[in-house]
Design a protein around this ligand. Structure first.
Ligand code: COA
Length: 332
């Protein structure tokens, strides 16, 4: 069986910052509420007027990865983008990214799994290499959440931010890489977290726009509960499948939705917070980008052979955990 590992990383974050203090001037909220309820202090916001949106951010993240790894774009077989905020309804973000970087031998497609978008895309990329079909697959998690938020809705606009993280997948001869996955979905979650307008059900009409349903809707409490449950149960399942106990892990990389969710998951697993990657304070919830952004920010601390579990929960509901061993030491 071919082992498939993450062999390079890249990221892109907009310069523009939206702090809790800024939000205090926009909606009825305050720094103290946001900090204690979510752990978020600021998020990055794409400069849409300058075209700094999903395709741009994904392209920049992939360009950084290519430069770090010294990769020829012509070697890339496939690009997969996890995103719920593509620039266009069609064609896909991944296709445009391939064009931008000159990956003319590649094809690409997007995966829509909300905050689990990176995990589902990663599992897909791994399967293509394991099958022997392709050798180099790039998996990106990218979202411009600011393009689908209502900045008059304090329950959602304080949570999300924009950004992109990219990973390269290749076969690994040392036995490191993605070892196992438990991925799940439950469509009964639609009512708690969705965006109604702009699809086939509610196309863009003047009436639909007036209804205001073109923004993210979230009923936070049930989502919170299911997120803690979904992430901790699938981490436990992956541990059991691989005859591991949590103390044997070097890192857990949770989706960054809320600091209290992250703390609860660590608590359920009796796992020390020092070994839980966290970027939520500075970036907020960047949806499909949170996990690859964490890997980028902690890359210098990672060592070959480190045992890592990635875990996420998001709209759908979609959720799951992936167990992997890291393939290289420190930053490339
Ligand atoms: N500032 C101040 N007060 C706010 C607020 C804000 N930004 N947002 C909500 N409130 C108020 C509510 O109106 C409510 O007031 P009330 O008690 O007078 O009715 C109170 O704070 C508590 O609201 P609630 O929604 O119960 O807060 P919460 O503790 O559940 O936190 C979330 C809200 C959204 C931060 C939290 O539910 C959450 O993180 N949910 C999961 C998000 C998630 O994981 N998404 C996954 C997809 S990635």
């Amino acid at each position: 069986m071919i082992d498939v590992a993450i062999t390079a990383l890249g990221k892109y974050l907009p310069e523009q910052r939206l702090t809790n203090k800024d939000l205090e001037k926009m909606v009825d909220t305050n720094d103290e509420w946001i900090t204690t309820r979510t752990g978020i202090k600021e998020r990055r916001i794409a400069n849409k007027e300058d075209g700094e949106v999903t395709t741009y951010m994904a392209t920049k993240a992939v360009e950084q990865l290519i430069a770090k790894r010294g990769l020829d774009p012509l070697e890339i077989d496939l690009i997969i983008c996890g995103t719920i905020t593509p620039d266009l309804r069609f064609p896909d973000t991944a296709n445009a990214v391939a064009h931008n970087i000159g990956a003319t031998n590649a094809f690409g497609f997007d995966v829509n799994a909300a905050c689990s978008g990176f995990l589902f895309s990663l599992a897909t990329g791994v399967a293509y290499i394991k099958s022997g079909m392709y050798k180099k697959v790039i998996v990106v998690g990218v979202d411009t959440m600011s393009s689908i938020l209502n900045y008059e809705d304090r329950s959602t606009c304080i949570i999300f931010g924009d950004g992109a993280g990219a990973t390269l997948l290749e076969a690994n001869v040392e036995g490191n890489g993605i070892k196992d996955q438990v991925l799940r979905g439950d469509g009964s979650g639609i009512e708690f977290l969705h965006m109604k307008n702009g699809g086939a059900l509610n196309p863009i009409t003047k009436e639909n726009i007036d209804s205001g349903d073109q923004y993210v809707f979230q009923d936070g409490r049930p989502v919170f509960k299911r997120a803690v449950q979904g992430m901790s149960r699938t981490v436990k399942q992956v541990l059991a499948n691989n005859n591991l106990v949590s103390s044997e892990l070097d890192w857990i990389v949770p989706h960054q939705a809320n600091m209290r969710i992250i703390n609860s998951v660590a608590d359920q697993l009796d796992f020390p917070l020092e070994k839980v990657m966290q970027t939520i304070e500075n970036y907020g919830n960047t949806t499909a980008a949170t996990i690859p952004l964490c890997l980028n920010d902690y890359e210098s601390k990672l060592k070959k052979g480190d045992k890592i579990i990635l875990t996420a929960f998001g709209g759908g509901f979609t959720w799951g955990s992936i167990y992997l061993t890291w393939a290289y030491d420190g930053e490339l």
